[in-house]
Design a protein around this ligand. Sequence first.
Ligand code: GDD
Ligand code: MG
Length: 348
Amino acid sequence: MKALLLAGGLGTRLRPLTDDLPKPMVPIMGRPLLESIILNLKKSGIDEVVISTYYKSQYIEDYFRQKEDLGVKIHYITEESPLGTGGAIKNAEKFFDDTFLILNSDIVSDVNYADLIKYHKRKRAQVTIASIEVRDTSQYGVIEFDEKGFITAFKEKPKSGESNSKYINAGVYVFEPDVLKEIPENTVVSVERETYPTLLEKGYRMAIYKFNGYWIDIGTIDKYKKVHEDILRGKSRFISTNFSRGIILGDNVKIHPTARVIGPAYIGNNTEIDAYATVGPYTVIGNNCRIGQESKVSKSILWNNVKVRRFARLDNAVVTSECIVEVNMEIKNTVFTANRLASSTMTT
Ligand code: GDD
Ligand code: MG
């Protein structure tokens, strides 16, 4: 079976992390989210994917072209101007002549794809939407359904009081290809705001697949931080290694005997931690980083090739690739990109 990965969004709410790379490529535990999604699909027997791109499309192609050992066939389809989620699905029509999966590419979840597909077939549905129950539905698509598990209404980001349902669209769908004829060609279409309501109006069989496991949309800085904390606490199976409480070291990590690493923490390949430095807890450090003498890094996420100079202090920070944190510098509750401090301040 094939999967379509919707990866063309602007990632505005995740700025400045998305200044140089598209949202699906932000690292989660040191690896681009999209790569982990593809690896998880592969485990469920999906070995061919179509990535639908727009914003910074070349970044995605360049990355995966040098990852040919992934064992998954990847096709790319790029929009000249954003077509919206529905338009992007229609645009990829030529790749699909059988039941297929569609995924938002900014989700970390433990949804069981094989079970979802089995459910879709058993229901003889034309579209099945994976769904989880949440308290605050305002940021999501809300699903109303009958006692047999068929969807009766889909309301994208409803205003308060517009729906009593607490079941939201988890951004994972199974589609029968004949549904695509209902989406107009070469037009900006939202699958959530336009296609789903149209399909329901026309009487298509749309099923809801409820699941309970871990699920998060990583689309804001706070959630980007939360997903790391959750994985480090062992709350999700999205990344196959169990990080709970432990310290996970990549290849060729050098830790000076006087340095301290406090778990849970992840240290990427070829990273060096110098004398009397303290790293952790709840800290993720990427590949080829250098943590300088007597510096302190806690509750932070560092991307690749970051240099933290002597006596620097990082707490509750995100530092993007190639940054240099100068001697004595203190970075707290913020995102540090290149050598400038970003304006966004985190609340957690
Ligand atoms: N190719 C392409 N073109 N992809 C797009 C476009 C586009 O014009 N617009 C958005 N996407 C991709 C994004 O990259 C992302 O992976 C996915 O579609 C969803 O877009 P978001 O911008 O992240 O939407 P959202 O988070 O506000 O809402 C969506 O996700 C929720 C779950 O997290 C909706 O599907 C909601 O119904 C859902 O509950
Ligand atoms: Mg999203």
